[in-house]
Design a protein around this ligand. Sequence first.
Ligand code: HEC
Length: 322
Amino acid sequence: MTENLEQRPARPMYSDRNLRRRNAVVLGAIAVVLGIMITLVSYSVTIYRLFCAATGYGGTTVRVAEDSSKQAARAITVRFDTSIVPGMPWRFVPAQKQVTIHLGEQALVYFDATNLADHAIVGHATYNVTPDVVGRYFKKIQCFCFTEERLGAHESVEMPVLFYVDPDMLNDRDANYIDTVTLAYTFFPSADPDAATDLTRFKVIPPAGAAASAERGHQLFVATCGGCHSFDHNAAGPSLAGIFGRPAAAAAGYDYSQALRAEHFSWSAARLDRWLADPQVAVPGAKMPIHVADERDRRDIIAYLRLVTEQSQAATGVTAIR
Ligand code: HEC
C-alpha cells in the first residue's frame, strides 16, 4: 500500500493535474448553466408578478414599469390590428389603437372579444408583426394566443397581452431604423375545440344594461381591495365590516386621515361610488391611494359590499349600523 502511494506521483501527477483542470472546466460550466437558470427563474417570477399586479387592477393599468437598466432610450410605436375570418360570429377589437414604449419596456395591452352567437365557440388566434424583421425582437410574455380559447354564447372578455420589444433590435442593421410596428391578430374557429381553455379566466365584461353582479364584485374586491381591506380587522386600510350605512371613518382603532375624520356622512351606494371613482376628489386630503376608473367595476364592487353588509347583519341579528 505504502509503496503504491509513493510510486504514484511520477505518472499520475500529470493526469491528476489534467483531471483537476477538467473538473474545473466542468464545474465552471455547471456554474454558468446554474447562473443562467437562476436568472431565468428569478426573472420569470418578477414578470409573472408584474403581470398579475397589472391585471389584478381591474384592467386599468396600461403599462408595467420595468427594470430601467435593461431599457433603451429609443422608443417604438406599436399599432394594433385585429381581424376575424369571415363567418366567425365574434367581435374582436383592440382596446387601444397603439402604444409607444421604450425598447425593453414591458407594455400591457388589451383586446376585447365578444361571441355574438347563441352557442359557445372555440377560437384560435394567430398573429404577425410587420415589418417582418422586427418579428424576432417582439417578445410576448403572456398572451391569449398561446391556446385554444372558448367563449360562451354572448360572452365578452378583455384579453391581456404583455410584451416588450428587445433592445437587441438596435444591433440589427435591417431593423434598427424602424420606429413603428404593427401587431395584427386574426381569430379562426378552432381545429381542436377539445383542448380549449375558457376565456373567462380573463376579465369578463358584463353586457350593457346587465344588473350589478355581487359575484363579479367579489372577484374585483379580492384583486383590487383585498390587499388593504378585510371585513374583520384593520390593515393598511380600515376594516370594512358593515360598511354599508356605516358613518365615515368609524372603524375603531384605525388611524384615519384628518380629512376623512372630519366628514359627517354615512356610506351609501352613491357615496361609495364617488369615493371609489376618486377618493381625493370625494374627500380632499383622504389617504386611500387607489381608484377604480371603470363604472361597471365600481357598481359591482358596491353590490358586493352591500351583500357582505347584509349577510353580516343577518348573521349577527344586528340591523343597526355598527
Ligand atoms: C393600497 C391600500 C388600499 C386599497 C388597495 C384600497 N383601499 Fe380603501 N382605504 C385605504 C386607506 C388607507 C383608507 C383610509 C382613508 C383615509 O383615512 O383617508 C381607506 C378607506 C376606505 C373606505 C372608507 C372606510 C371608512 O371607514 O370610512 C372605504 C369604503 C374603502 N376604503 C373601500 C375600498 C374599496 C372598495 C377598495 C377596492 C376597490 C379599496 N378601498 C382599496 C387603503 C386602500
